[in-house]
Design a protein. Structure first.
Length: 805
């Protein structure tokens, strides 16, 4: 269609379908709607007094039939026409050229081209038009390839596929799909759309693409069959993105239907999300429930009224073959000549079949060219940099101005960036294929808007999923590893879950490593956290601890009983002969020994270890020193094989002297104890049997210094015991009423044995065995003192009072 004007816009629009031989065939109603949208926009602009003052737009619209070859042919004609006119103007005056225009001998130059109908054709013609610096404004081409800097004359109001890739990636993230397959047609549209989604996956790291495959735009049956077979066997991938145009996508999904591939969720870019030929019951088991993006629907009520006002009286309806052919198709006439056009009228039913969301962008593309031309016309004449408008407005000048054009269009703010893209108003509607009452139908379930936060707004509950399920389908290669396992990736998004080693844990899902538990902890049964190792220290509730406590308690009661008897019979010879003060101190030291035995059963700590060790040494030294003083006194009293003039006989005669000697004997032990505990004190040690238990125990020393001091203390106690035993042995033949020395000897023999056992245990064994036997030895030692030293006297007091004289 050609109409002259002061400025002529070219257009390459797909009005007819092409066949396998790349020839134009049957009419494409939507293509005719695009043509009429362009004519509507031009007529509206020409009638607008605020735009293109005293300048009218004309048009030269060609049918590219969705063929890059044919589109390139027409683009070449536009370029050569402009060049021929340049030569004509250089060789003829302006009036002569104007006469040729009016005579119809030549056509006016093309200032801007609208089109082409697809990305592949746009790539071809953009390169061609760039030779003549002719701007190309495409309302259809969405391929990201056209955003490359090579295409300096390309502009588009329609959002590029990079924005659609973001929308699809947001959908994938929203439903937490982790593993998807992406298939694209091997054209600029398909390849760059897939690349955009790949970039999103790489940048986000929230999902992985299991497989990227392409199939040719022609001769694709074999390749498609192979790809569908792979999809059928890929059980771990349940979400598939098919990036193709309507024709190739329909062919692909038909093969999916033939092979009976069901249970997959399809993501549909705008290339086929509105392909009505797929909305049939036979395809529902295959693509029912698909989620797709489509260009946002905008208010086209004025354009709709324009279509409704078309009639047989409209010249282009009556005269142009495209509208005649369209009406013949609607009335199912056998030929145009036999079809009555007088009743031509577009209704709502017709508009549904004519409408696509691209119509809004067609109108905005025309307005973008008009605003650029208007800016050139309105350039103040006094400015020296104003573009020339005579003999005609050159495309190169329009190209410069287009980059600065900003206006409110049908689709929102139209403003081109350095790549020629207008993305400020990029927006998509989200659609979902429902069964419908009579036939499958699309239903809007949300929207995606670049300028909003969040960009994605989706009604998940309104979505019909594959096979009518209400559950969001899952698509994962591997499920996140549970705590207690480490996740080892084999390929991206696929991994194996390996049980953590026995002594380690992982506390979170998808943990990349396992962590060793601290030395005093162990993994729980799930190996998801560390728990305290069980302690196996002896407790007061253990049977052997109870036995020891009972025995110690009986011993303590015995001591109290002896003290009570001593007080009751304090005036009797037996009690008097025992040195009451010294005996009371002895009984107290026995109580200390019994308490020391019980302390051995306490849960070890640094403080407990500092206490228990001195208790035994102090108790033992005090008891032995008391016996030493008592024995020494007895020997001196009865003069048994001893020299009366000796120091020992003199010092032990008075009670005061006895306590002085007792203080000196115990002072040596106390000095050794203090020195030991200051230089190398006992400490708590924790023995760990990994993964089983821990046991607390007391260690007497850390260094050799402590060992030496402990050895000196044991040696001193042993020497004191030997001295005491020696005196007791010497006093064994005292009179019967004063046979205490014999019992002292028995007690000392027992104490020597206990002391040797205690010292041996302290430096050879550990654990509960040490605690139990140490307690038993100390209590046995206390019992030895109690029985040997006091039971005979109690026996005399109660059984043989006649001897208590």
């Amino acid at each position: 269609i050609y109409k002259d004007g002061d400025v002529v816009l070219g257009a390459l629009i797909t009005v007819r379908h092409k066949d396998v031989e790349d020839k134009c065939r049957e009419l494409k109603p939507q293509g005719l709607a695009y043509v009429e949208a362009m004519l509507y926009a031009i007529e509206t602009i020409n009638n607008d007094p605020t735009l293109l003052e005293n300048t009218t737009l004309g048009y030269d619209i060609r049918d590219s039939c969705d063929s890059p070859t044919l589109a390139n042919k027409y683009a070449f004609e536009f370029v050569t026409r402009n060049r021929a006119l340049d030569k004509l103007y250089s060789s003829h005056n302006n009036s002569e050229v104007q006469r040729l225009y009016q005579a119809g001998e030549i056509l006016r130059p093309i200032t801007t081209v609208i089109g082409a109908g697809d990305s592949s054709s746009s790539v071809v013609i953009a390169s061609m038009l760039q030779i003549g610096d002719i701007p190309l404004i495409s309302p259809f081409a969405t391929s990201e390839e056209l955003s490359l800097p090579y295409f300096k004359t390309f502009f588009r109001p329609v959002p590029p596929d990079g924005q659609q890739a973001k929308a699809l990636a947001d959908i994938i993230d929203y439903f937490e799909w982790k593993y998807v397959t992406v298939i694209g047609v091997d054209t600029s549209y398909g390849r760059y759309g897939v690349m955009g989604l790949e970039n999103e996956a790489q940048e986000r790291g929230t999902f992985c693409i299991a497989q990227v495959s392409y199939f040719p735009s022609t001769g694709y049956q074999t390749k498609i069959a192979s790809l569908v077979t792979k999809i059928k066997t890929a059980n771990d991938v349940n979400v598939i993105v098919l990036w193709g145009d309507p024709t190739t996508s329909i062919a692909f999904l038909e093969e999916v239907r033939k092979q009976g591939v069901t249970g997959k969720t399809w993501l549909a870019p705008e290339g086929w999300s509105e392909a009505t030929s797929l909305f049939k019951p036979k395809y529902m088991p295959i693509i029912g429930g698909f989620v797709g993006t489509k260009l946002r629907d905008y208010d086209l009520s004025r354009y709709k009224n324009h279509l409704f006002n078309l009639s047989y009286q409209t010249p282009r309806v009556r005269n142009h073959t495209w509208w005649r052919e369209y009406w013949a198709l609607q009335k199912q006439c056998s030929s145009q000549s036999s079809c009555d056009l007088t009743d031509f009228r577009i209704t709502n039913a017709h508009f549904v079949n004519l409408y696509t969301a691209y119509l809004s962008y067609v109108i905005d593309a025309v307005y973008a060219a008009a605003h650029a031309i208007d800016a050139i016309i309105r350039c103040p004449k006094h400015r020296v940099d104003c573009p020339l408008t005579r003999p005609y407005i050159r495309p190169s000048e329009v190209l410069k101005v287009l980059r600065n054009v900003t206006f409110e269009g049908v689709t929102g703010i139209v403003q081109f960036n350095n790549n020629g893209d207008s993305i400020r108003s990029a927006a998509y509607d989200l659609v979902n294929l429902h069964p419908g009452l009579k036939a499958p139908m699309l239903q809007n379930v949300g929207h995606w808007t670049r300028g909003l936060a969040p960009r994605l707004n989706i009604n998940g509950s309104a979505i019909y999923w594959t096979n009518g399920s209400s559950q969001v389908p899952e698509s994962v290669c591997s499920r996140p590893c549970r705590p207690g396992f480490l996740q080892t990736e084999t390929i991206m998004c696929c991994w194996k879950c390996i049980k953590c080693p026995l002594e380690s844990i992982s506390s979170s899902y998808s943990s990349p490593n396992c962590t060793m538990c601290p030395w005093d902890k162990m993994p729980d049964s799930t190996q998801s956290k560390c728990v305290d190792l069980p302690e196996i220290n002896i407790k007061f509730t253990d049977i052997h601890a109870i036995v020891i406590l009972v025995i110690a308690g009986i011993g303590a009661l015995g001591v109290v009983f002896v003290i009570g008897v001593g007080i009751r019979y304090r005036a009797t010879p037996v009690v008097k002969s025992t040195n009451r003060e010294m005996s009371l101190l002895f009984l107290i030291s026995i109580l200390i020994g019994l308490a020391g035995g019980v302390c051995e059963l306490l849960r070890p700590s640094d403080i407990i270890c500092l206490i228990t060790n001195p208790i035994y040494s102090f108790y033992f030294t005090l008891c032995i020193s008391i016996l030493f003083v008592k024995t020494n006194r007895l020997v001196n009293v009865f003069n048994v094989n001893l020299d009366h003039s000796s120091f020992g006989s003199r010092i032990c005669q008075g009670i005061q002297n006895q306590f002085v000697l007792l203080f000196l004997l115990n002072g040596i032990a106390v000095v050794l104890l203090i020195t030991w505990h200051v230089l190398d004190p006992p400490y708590m040690d924790i023995a760990v049997l990994p993964l089983l238990h821990i046991q607390r125990g007391c260690r007497d020393h850390r260094t050799t210094t402590g060992l030496i001091l402990q050895g000196l203390l044991f040696a001193y106690e042993f020497a004191l015991s030997l001295c005491c035993a020696y005196y007791a042995f010497k006093a064994r033949k005292l009179p019967a009423n004063f046979s205490e020395a014999r019992f002292i000897a028995f007690a000392m023999y027992m104490q020597l044995l206990c002391n040797i056992c205690y010292a041996t245990l302290q430096n050879s064994v550990k654990g509960n065995f040490l605690a139990t036997f140490s307690a038993a030895i100390i209590i046995l030692s206390a019992y030895g003192f109690l029985v040997c030293m006091f039971v005979p006297k109690i026996y005399v007091i109660f059984k043989h009072p006649e001897r208590n004289t």
